[in-house]
Design a protein. Structure first.
Length: 84
């Protein structure tokens, strides 16, 4: 699955204006992400995403989980901006 895991997404991705708010509810400074959809989400919305199932959305922590390079690529490609 390509490359070594890293401790969360690169800071420059998190600091993009569209990534500083939850993609679903616009809460500030989301600390979770749907790594297959490429969006950052807040803690409340992360619970909703988890209930949808991993076949729809795969939730990972920005700070607690190691990230695989393909997940970084997905959020780098602007999934959040497209989802809006």
């Amino acid at each position: 699955e390509g490359g070594c895991a890293m401790p969360g997404p690169p800071r420059e991705i998190l600091q993009l204006p569209h990534n500083r708010r939850c993609a679903d509810c616009a809460a500030r400074e989301p600390r979770w992400a749907s790594v297959n959809l490429g969006v950052f989400i807040c803690e409340v919305c992360s619970g909703i995403h988890r209930n949808l199932g991993t076949h729809i959305t795969q939730v990972r922590s920005v700070t607690l989980d190691e990230w695989k390079p393909p997940w970084v690529d997905t959020v780098r490609q602007g999934g959040h901006a497209r989802a809006q």
